[in-house]
Write a protein that binds this ligand. Structure first.
Ligand code: SF4
Ligand code: SF4
Length: 447
């Protein structure tokens, strides 16, 4: 729920195909209009590092007002934004339908789109956006890649120099076999003992779920099969969130059209599309229709897509879950990720965990600070740790045996933060997603 407004926020389509969108003078005028409202409001002062940077620029300017801030300094504000959407969704009373029509994250996204069109994206940032290309080769040589990218590896100096990756940032590992290959080798079989459901699920693997951490997809397939749901793994390509972060809107649109076309036959056959990573669910459900508002297949895909936690909780509410779960001992500290919150469906991950018998769940709803690949970058990692510290501290002091976020990258970042905060004290075990604990409760997990 947002502060100070009773109306639900309405996000307007991104006008990126209009030449005015890339007009620098018009962009500057719009930034000054919005930044001036923010300067007078300041509700978002502690959400991230973008707002403190903006308010410092104003406070340290010649007359303490925005008109004496140099436009070239706006980049500092833009650079600190992780597109978490929390200012738009949880704080701002001036978002549409309010007449101020204020969408801070999309304003900063426009700035990045203008920069990308004018100057291109640097080679290192560009390489990080190519998640499918990277994932395909990295899974083939995952042992070597994981060795080279672990903290303390002698290769991290080179990665810092060439790719601008902070040597202290914990990076995601690669799997030796993709989720698609695992599912092909071991096709998910519906539990014959469970009453057959009318539901069929096409699990949209996501780049992270396909190439990096397959335990989430494996657990999802096992839980759905246990509950009588027919499942398939599908993965026509990345949702494009890393490209969105770089302002590459035309490439995000191309990816959206391609994935929507590939998933259309599944929707025709009655499959629900389920995405296990909240950022990817957010892209399919909300961002793609704002980028391609007149594309019928993108709209149809958005309507057919569910976040994984949302979907399992929906089964529980409408049809009930299969029996047979045992308690998971030790309790869970659950981090509600920003892109779960941005889907505006309540605390679905916590609801899922509370379906496990005797669940002891502590919920923390604060940004982890990681911001995807943004948080690995040199110059951002320290900020990412600083922004995430309150969430990390609360998750640590909850004193549970497990810590979990629906956002797997937030989970890795939180684990690293807790490691630093907790020192020699015992630390909670990081679990990749709440569904993994549910699979353990059913005794069907094979991680
Ligand atoms: S989207 Fe998130 S990171 Fe960006 S300005 Fe808003 S709160 Fe800050
Ligand atoms: S984004 Fe909205 S709530 Fe946040 S500082 Fe600006 S005007 Fe205030």
């Amino acid at each position: 729920m947002r502060e100070g407004s009773l109306e639900a926020p309405t996000r307007l389509p991104l006008d990126w195909e209009n030449p005015d969108f890339y007009d620098e003078a018009k962009l500057d005028a719009e930034m000054r209009r919005i930044f001036d409202i923010c300067h007078g409001c300041r509700r978002c002062f502690n959400l991230c590092d973008s707002f403190p940077r903006l308010f410092d620029l104003v406070d340290e300017s010649a007359n303490g007002e925005l008109d004496t801030v140099d436009s070239k300094d706006f980049k500092k504000v833009v650079d600190a934004c992780t597109l978490c959407d929390m200012c738009f969704l949880t704080k701002c009373p001036y978002v549409p339908p309010h007449e101020f029509n204020l969408d801070f994250p999309h304003l900063l996204l426009r700035y990045r789109a203008v920069e990308a069109k004018k100057n291109g994206v640097g080679a290192a940032d560009r390489a990080l956006t190519e998640t499918d290309r990277n994932g395909k080769w990295a899974t083939l040589i995952s042992g070597a890649v994981n060795w080279a990218t672990r903290r303390g590896s002698p290769m991290r100096g080179l990665e810092e120099k060439v790719a601008g990756i902070d040597p202290n940032a914990e990076l995601p590992k690669y799997a030796s076999q993709t989720l698609e290959a695992r599912a092909k080798a071991n096709p998910p079989a519906r539990d014959e003992a469970a009453p057959a459901k009318a539901r069929k699920v096409a699990l949209y693997a996501t780049c992270y779920g396909d190439y990096n951490d397959t335990s989430i997809g494996v657990a999802a397939l096992a839980v759905l099969a246990k509950n009588g749901v027919e499942t398939k793994v599908v993965y026509p390509g990345c949702c494009g969130m890393p490209k969105l972060e770089q302002g590459l809107l035309d490439e995000v649109a191309d990816g959206a059209r391609k994935v929507a076309a590939a998933l259309a036959p599944y929707i025709d056959e009655g499959y629900d599309i389920v995405a296990p990573v909240p950022s990817c669910a957010l892209m399919l459900k909300f961002e793609w229709p704002l980028i391609l508002p007149n594309d019928a297949s993108v709209k149809r895909l958005a309507d057919a897509t569910f976040d994984l936690s949302e979907y399992v909780v929906d089964i529980a509410k409408k049809e009930g879950l299969a029996e047979g779960m045992a308690p998971v001992e030790g309790g869970v500290a659950f981090h509600m990720s920003c892109h779960s919150r941005a889907q505006n469906f309540g605390q679905k991950g916590a609801e899922l965990l509370r379906l496990i018998p005797q669940a002891d769940v502590a919920v923390v709803e604060r940004c982890s600070g990681h911001g995807g690949a943004w948080g690995y970058k040199k110059g951002n990692f320290e900020t990412a740790m600083k922004v995430g510290k309150p969430a990390m501290r609360q998750l640590d002091t909850a004193g549970k045996k497990h810590v979990v976020s629906e956002c797997p990258l937030a989970g890795i970042h939180i684990e690293q933060g807790i490691e630093t905060l907790a020192g020699d004290k015992p630390k909670p075990e990081r679990v990749s997603h709440p569904i993994v604990l549910m699979a353990r409760a059913y005794g069907v997990a094979s991680e």
